[in-house]
Every structure is written in C-alpha cells, then in structure tokens.
Ligand binder design. Structure first.
Ligand code: SF4
Length: 97
C-alpha cells in the first residue's frame, strides 16, 4: 500500500474525530477479540465503515504515531499497522533529516 502521509506532526489536532464515520457506531465493532470467526465479520464491518470515512488518513496516522496496537484504525487491523509502521517510522526519520 503506497501512502502519502499528512506529516503535519499535528495529527492529534483539529476536529478529525468529530468527522469520523464511526463516531456513532458500536465501539466493540472496531475492537474485535481475536482474528477468526465472528472477529473477521466485525473487522469486515468496521472496514466498510472506514471506507465511507473522510478522515481515514488522519485516523491511520494517529494510530501509527501513537502506536495503537489494538483495533481497527484508518481501515487497518493491528497486523496491517505493524507492517505499515516500519515504513512509516522510516519515512518519519527521513523527513526529520
Ligand atoms: S477511519 Fe475508520 S476507525 Fe478511523 S475514524 Fe474513520 S471510521 Fe473511525
């Protein structure tokens, strides 16, 4: 997945949470337990909500910057973020020069 980061270093500012598509949904949907059976259905449902969200990039960058280990953030699972975080950290270090 090729991503262009926001890189404002201000990922927690503003009102992006107020614009989240998941704001009025059941939080448990975004924090499934495990990665099999019902949890897979929850992950799929959560990601379909993320697909409608206008602040996916802000949400994902926040999750990477604050190392959110659990749940679906920015249309990614914890496993997907673990893989993304390495390249995100490398990009952060490169941007810092
Ligand atoms: S990207 Fe997904 S988890 Fe993040 S705010 Fe939007 S709907 Fe919620």
């Amino acid at each position: 997945m090729a991503l262009t980061w926001i890189r404002t270093h201000d990922w927690d500012a503003g009102t992006w949470r107020n614009r989240s598509a998941c704001r009025d949904t059941d939080p448990e949907l975004f924090f499934p337990i495990g990665a099999t059976g019902t949890a897979l259905d929850q992950i799929s449902a959560a990601k379909s909500i993320c697909a409608q969200c206008t602040v996916t990039r802000e949400c994902l960058e926040f999750a990477l910057a604050t190392n959110q280990e659990a749940g679906v953030w920015g249309a990614t699972t914890e496993e997907e973020r673990r893989k993304l975080r390495k390249s995100w950290l490398a990009d952060e270090q490169a941007a810092a020069g």
